[in-house]
Ligand binder design. Sequence first.
Ligand code: CA
Length: 231
Amino acid sequence: MTAKETILVVEDEQKIADVLKSYLEREGFSVVCAADGEEALRLHALLSPALVLLDLMLPKRSGEDVCREIRARGNTPVIMLTAKTEEASILGGLAIGADDYVIKPFSPRQVVARVHAVLRRAAALQPVALRFGGGRLVLDTAARMVYRDGEEVTLTPSEYSLLLALASHPGRTFTRDELIYLALRDDYEGYDRVIDTHIKNLRQKIESDLKQPRYLITVHGVGYRFGGGET
Ligand code: CA
């Protein structure tokens, strides 16, 4: 299964954002751009990107603010893009949790190299498995494999992406539109009920009681959340 890693590019200068997007897409990443700090935080929460490229001088919320908030939420790697060459500002950025920085003007190749380096470092620190229900359901996120009671479960790429999106945020309710965007971006054909069909198929594969799902919980009138297998 090949779900692409998503990079969130936060940059208000359209030209720079476009160049970064095209270089990163050529490297096989899926790229989403935000043009201000608020959009950056919204998309970060929605997409859980593998990495954030973050300009410091932004409309609405500063890059420093955005970085602090991303750090408060978790450990998404952040590379700062900064025109500020003062040592103090770079050290300040690293102090609030950025993983690395690139000084403008930069070559896109240099940014791509940093992205790979930071992702490699982050991968070495990532937990490789998400375990639920006392280990009865396991997502091996490195191998993109799912196990139920120790047996491998065969999922389609869309089902895997959907399950990963939900299981990465136990307890959080997602709308169908959010799930479409997260899981089906590339092959979505236009009906939000398609999510219901995927959920139905997933339940048959991972739930032991279809009448009382433990993992894939319907939130009536809204969408779905991942139950984490608690009873
Ligand atoms: Ca800027």
